[in-house]
Design a protein around this ligand. Sequence first.
Ligand code: C2E
Ligand code: MG
Ligand code: MG
Ligand code: MG
Length: 279
Amino acid sequence: RAKSEGRNLYRFFEPGMDAMVQARRALEIDLETALPRQEFDLDFQPIMNIASGEIVGAEALMRWHSPTRGTVAPDNFIPVAEETGMIVPLGEWALRKACTAAASWPAGLRIAVNVSAVQLKSGSFARNVISALAFSGVPAGRLELEITETVLMDESEAVLRTLRQLRGLGIRIALDDFGTGYSSLGYLRRFPVDKIKIDRSFIHDLGNRDTAAIVRTVIGLGAELGITVTAEGVETEAQLDILRGNGCTEAQGYLIGVPSNAADIQRLLKSRALHSQTG
Ligand code: C2E
Ligand code: MG
Ligand code: MG
Ligand code: MG
């Protein structure tokens, strides 16, 4: 729509339209044209196995470099893309791009991709995932899909069936931002996941006795369930020490590595892999 009307964008902004509604509509219009204009990119953030110190993979994080808005953070455009449905083609693009990048990483390193509930409900999701793997040549066992609790909040059996199908192929499912939703424990019972990612707000507050008790309990829960526990947002050695002392499996955060572009992460992963081979 925005494209076909070209310069007549003022037509969307009728007099009396609330300023916030106008700003929101302008964002939607920019977002719609951003994909064909190739304004999106992925950064990658390394994930470390705490016990061995080895990098085991990286998470793809979407970036929007808008010529007029500058770099827009995902928290500011993903919710809009979800509401307009743009997240479906955008998510498909991210899956392909992430898998293509991972294809040139040392064998065995995992690629984690965030997936929104809207994508999972779209019906074409499983097909898109399978096609991204085939296109890139990355084996299913190296792909991890990060879903938030809102995905499992959905009552639809179709979403659970899709997740089961993908898991059956060897793709791993991670529960992102664990602890921030309404009923994190309920979802664990409803759908078996391979990994829990403890939300960074808990790690930030690890110095607090009660928060530390909760984090210890989640780590213990992961051990009981036989699943990986990843701590998000690890920024200090002190935090990493606490996590290590309590047997947390993996850490991700600025201390381990900031999100960086495809070329930089590839260099980091290759040098780390070489390092661990030579001892
Ligand atoms: P997330 O999946 O929980 O990703 C982790 C976020 O924490 C990222 O923010 C990352 O840059 C940030 N982070 C990593 N380490 C640290 C740290 O040590 N300290 C602090 N303060 N922050 C840290 P980012 O890149 O802004 O992404 C925000 C959220 O946007 C993501 O949260 C994810 O939910 C969503 N997102 C990002 N990329 C995609 C995507 O391709 N698809 C979908 N559906 N969502 C995405
Ligand atoms: Mg994530
Ligand atoms: Mg998270
Ligand atoms: Mg998040």
